[in-house]
Design a protein around this ligand. Structure first.
Ligand SMILES: Cc1ncc(COP(=O)(O)O)c(C=O)c1O
Length: 395
């Protein structure tokens, strides 16, 4: 088999790149996959090399051929200068924020951010002397009015956690960059395949690899990719903190990478089919899915995104909590649990009202978030159909 040059790899379309990236023959010795390199100590051949650390691998916390395979592939598909790995998506958010902020700085955080990220800002970041202001995710270039002389970072998450507002990231980034402010994005919903973070002005992009990269709900992983300007700060922070993920998890993530586009495209197709079916249900007030033409975020999604994933939300017509519980408790195919992006379908009830501070969450009825997996869509509809019958019976 002929070895692909770097130039030839660049010309490949994304599905082919996902298959071929990160498989250096010198490492694999002809086996198809890079194995999980386990190790703390790396041996040096002589004193001079040891003193100068003049070799590719120097210690377990500084990377292995397994982590390199994943970070190189991820940087490529993200359009990034480099990527670092950490043991969870939340840790990736923390590392990105710690890389951009210092004591006395001010952070602008979208009100629609993943809730545990808010907790980090309101507890640890606050204790470290960083002040956070939450902003309306739909603010666009109005973000300029919230900038202070000490604002050092703007955090975006688009679409937002649970409520799925689409943000105008290019407008926010233009405003931030005019003031030298760093833009950090949680890009987990779209992955770099459906939203090219750095091409849209994001300086550091966070991905919870736990979701679509894994795709099998069997690992936790976080990735932060950075452009050339922010990579040195990010690399410094990660070296100082020394929190690498376990080698088996990186190995499994590399496996997930190979099929990520296929799974995402299928999740997209299934989720859209289910969203349209739910829209027509008499029990449903509104479906929140940016790829639906009447969604408020649709125009921005269409402008900036190359696809939609399997995660969307639904507002039910007003119903008692016990009736919603009757719908959910009897489901046989939709599991109830946190996280998402796996091969199996999930649903959770949610309510953002308790933690939103810059915007009011009043959707008009109980809300559910769906992560649509790979089951047959007709089976999923039948499961929900029986659930809606239970909801009606309990109302
Ligand atoms: C949007 C988003 N970002 C980050 C995370 C955190 O990922 P992890 O569970 O790997 O910490 C989650 C988890 O649900 C998430 O939904």
């Amino acid at each position: 088999m002929k070895e692909l040059t770097d130039e030839a790899k660049k010309r490949l379309r994304s599905r082919s790149r996902l298959v071929h990236l990160g498989r250096d023959r010198e490492v694999t010795q002809g086996f198809v996959n890079v194995p999980p390199f386990r190790g703390s100590t790396v041996l040096y051949p002589d004193v001079a090399t040891l003193k100068n650390r003049n070799q590719r691998y120097t210690y377990g916390t500084h990377g292995t051929p397994t982590t390199d395979a994943l970070t190189e592939a991820w940087s490529d598909i993200s359009g990034a200068a480099g990527t670092v790995l950490v043991p969870s998506g939340l840790a990736a958010i923390v590392v990105a924020l710690m890389s951009a902020l210092s004591a006395g700085d001010h952070l602008l955080m979208t009100d629609s951010a993943y809730q545990p990220a808010r907790r980090f800002c309101d507890s640890t970041l606050k204790r470290m002397g960083v002040e956070t202001t939450y902003y309306d995710p739909l603010i666009g270039d109005g973000i300029a009015a919230l900038m202070r002389s000490n604002t050092k970072a703007v955090f975006v998450e688009s679409p937002g956690s649970q409520s799925l507002e689409v943000q105008d990231i290019p407008a926010i980034a233009a405003s931030a960059h005019a003031r030298g402010v760093c833009v950090i994005a949680d890009n987990t919903w779209a992955t770099p395949l459906f939203f090219a973070p750095h091409a849209h002005g994001v300086d550091m992009a966070v991905e919870a690899g736990t979701k679509y990269l894994s795709g099998h709900s069997d690992l936790l992983l976080g990735l932060v990719s950075a452009n050339a300007q922010w990579l040195p700060r990010l690399a410094r922070t990660i070296d100082d903190m020394a929190i690498p993920p376990g080698p088996e998890d990186v190995f499994l993530a590399l496996r997930g990478l190979r099929t990520m586009e296929l799974r995402l495209r299928e999740a997209e197709r299934q989720a859209l089919a289910l969203a349209r079916w739910l829209e027509a249900r008499p029990e449903v007030l509104r479906v929140i899915h940016p790829a639906l033409a009447d969604d408020p975020g649709h125009a921005l999604w269409k402008r900036d995104f190359a696809g939609s994933s399997g995660l969307f939300s639904v507002v039910l017509k007003p119903a008692a909590e016990s009736a919603v519980a009757a719908l959910l408790d009897g489901l046989a195919l939709f599991g109830m649990g946190y996280s998402w992006g796996g091969f199996e379908s999930l649903v959770i009830p949610f309510d953002c009202a308790s933690y939103r501070t810059a915007t009011r969450w009043a959707p008009g009825g109980p809300t559910l978030r769906f992560s649509v997996g790979l089951e047959d869509i007709e089976d999923l509809k039948e499961d929900l159909d029986r659930g809606f019958a239970r909801l009606r019976a309990a109302t």
